[in-house]
Write a protein that binds this ligand. Structure first.
Ligand SMILES: [Zn+2]
Length: 157
């Protein structure tokens, strides 16, 4: 897999790690649009990654603070997969990607940014996006692009 050059992620990397867990905090707040939460299931939710590797980079996470996939109950794991599939359907419809990378990083050694709250990444891919992203990587356009994508995706969930 070629690496995607996403320079705005430096803000995330340099950001002081908040003491709380954002995957616990955000669903507790009553501001889904501000938090880019796209969908709430019974056991899991779908949230946009605000430091995306590509447009439409989503994350599926259980509400429960748990650090690994095998600790999820049957109900939680089934819904986790259901929401992953549902997200793929929505992304195909709205962004028309040519492929996806799906991934779960378990543990800091594996590169998990939020190591103690398991989540599945869904990253839409297009042919040549590793080059494409370098030409549209103006940091200032990203918040507007996020809000725009949020609106489009939200209506399809
Ligand atoms: Zn958590």
């Amino acid at each position: 897999m070629e690496h995607i050059w996403a320079p705005w992620r430096i803000k995330y990397i340099q950001m002081e790690k908040s003491k709380g867990c954002i995957l616990c905090e955000k669903p507790r707040q009553d501001s889904d649009a501000e938090n880019y939460i796209l969908f709430r299931g019974d056991k899991n939710f779908v949230i946009m990654n605000i430091y995306p590797y590509n447009p439409g980079h989503l994350m599926i996470a259980p509400y429960r603070h748990i650090d690994s996939l095998e600790g999820l109950s049957d109900e939680e794991s089934h819904e986790h997969i259901d929401l992953t599939n549902r997200s793929i359907v929505v992304l195909r419809k709205v962004l028309n990607p040519e492929g996806f990378n799906l991934g779960i990083n378990i543990g800091q050694a594996a590169g998990a940014g939020i190591a103690d709250h398991v989540h599945t990444h869904i990253i839409p891919r297009w042919q040549g996006d590793t080059n494409f992203m370098t030409t549209v990587s103006d940091i200032r356009v990203v918040p507007e692009a996020l809000a725009e994508s949020y609106k489009k995706l939200k209506t399809e969930f």
